[in-house]
Design a protein around this ligand. Structure first.
Ligand code: SF4
Length: 62
């Protein structure tokens, strides 16, 4: 599974970073980015949950 954050859509709520800090961090401006592109199998479920719970639907999982 691959994961990415759309910079143009992220509003910086931080839901993703609270759910899964192993994948998502907030940058200095307060917006999220994924620190990994390829998600480890044991983190796939939480990555999907972060995508579903993102208020602006900025997280893409493939
Ligand atoms: S939950 Fe969505 S809007 Fe909030 S920081 Fe993460 S990607 Fe950005």
């Amino acid at each position: 599974m691959r994961v990415s954050v759309d910079d143009d859509v992220c509003a910086g709520h931080g839901v993703c970073t609270m759910l899964c800090p192993e994948i998502f961090v907030l940058d200095d401006a307060g917006f999220a980015r994924a620190v990994v592109e390829e998600v480890a199998p044991e983190l796939e479920a939480i990555a999907r949950e972060a995508s579903l719970r993102c208020p602006t639907q900025a997280i893409r999982v493939d």
